[in-house]
Ligand binder design. Structure first.
Ligand code: PGA
Length: 252
């Protein structure tokens, strides 16, 4: 089955470094035929990176987007603006936006709906905090986050949404953090898959795992049932590591 290797560059690289990294990824993945290689630079680097990936198998998207096509939303960027540069996807509801920047379930769900309406594939991020996990609330947290999404979109359209299960406690702070165990990932992905089928009657387009994935652990992560790829932060900034992850995904 085709796997997704998605790089989330966060607020790390300026235009010059973004272009260099994108070029190294284009070169390093050109012989792959199956794996989806997607990268999410900062908004400001999108125009330059778009030129680098044009005609390659690498797709670009953004780390955030607004749900409305246009309007009085100071500081925001719409999907039609992304379309102008050939962006095909956007991360939505990443935990750093939910928890650090205060985006609610309703806000991120509306963003996903807007993205779908405007032809941008949402990578909708969900996941529990360490405290919620310790209190046995993982399933409930995932259910609430998914329910908000399914209230905002026509349910059958879930098939066009990529979900990313990213336990908040496993996301690194730039260095490599604590990766979830394969058992934890298996359990959570099963929960997500089943919740989707029960609530929407269709599975999502894919379910990615995110949180301290590297070239050392990605083979094991990708072999877990219902894991269709990885959303990668820290390790996506190192071209050798990211390209190797794509290669491993290709071989699975
Ligand atoms: P990480 O980040 O791979 O650095 O843990 C993943 C993410 O935040 O998407």
């Amino acid at each position: 089955m085709k796997k997704y290797i998605v790089g989330n560059w966060k607020m790390n690289l300026g235009e010059q470094d973004s272009v260099a990294l994108a070029q190294a990824i284009v070169n390093g993945t050109k012989n792959l035929s199956q794996t989806e290689v997607w990268i999410a630079p900062s908004f400001l680097s999108i125009p330059a990176v778009a030129k680098v990936v044009k005609g390659s198998r690498v797709q670009i998207g953004t780390q955030n987007v607004h749900g409305e096509p246009k309007g009085t939303f100071t500081g925001e960027v719409s999907c039609s603006m992304l379309n102008d540069f050939g962006c095909t996807f956007s991360l939505i509801g990443h935990s750093e936006r939910r928890w650090v920047l205060g985006e609610s379930d309703t806000v991120v769900a509306r963003k996903a709906a807007g993205a779908l309406e405007q032809g941008i594939t949402p990578i909708f991020c969900i996941g529990e905090s360490l405290e919620e996990r310790k209190r046995g609330l993982t399933q409930e947290v995932l259910r609430v986050q998914l329910t908000a999404l399914l209230e905002a979109i026509p349910k059958p359209q879930l098939k066009d949404v990529i979900l990313a299960y990213e336990p908040r406690w496993a996301i690194s702070d730039g260095s490599v953090g604590t990766v979830a165990t394969p058992e934890m990932i298996k359990e959570a992905h099963e929960i997500v898959y089943k919740l989707c089928l029960d609530a929407a009657g269709v599975p999502p387009k894919a379910i990615l795992y995110g949180g301290s994935a590297t070239d050392k652990n990605v083979a094991e992560i990708l072999s877990v049932p219902h894991v269709d790829g990885a959303l990668i932060g820290g390790a996506s900034l190192k071209p050798d590591s990211f390209n190797k992850m794509a290669e491993i995904a290709e071989g699975q």
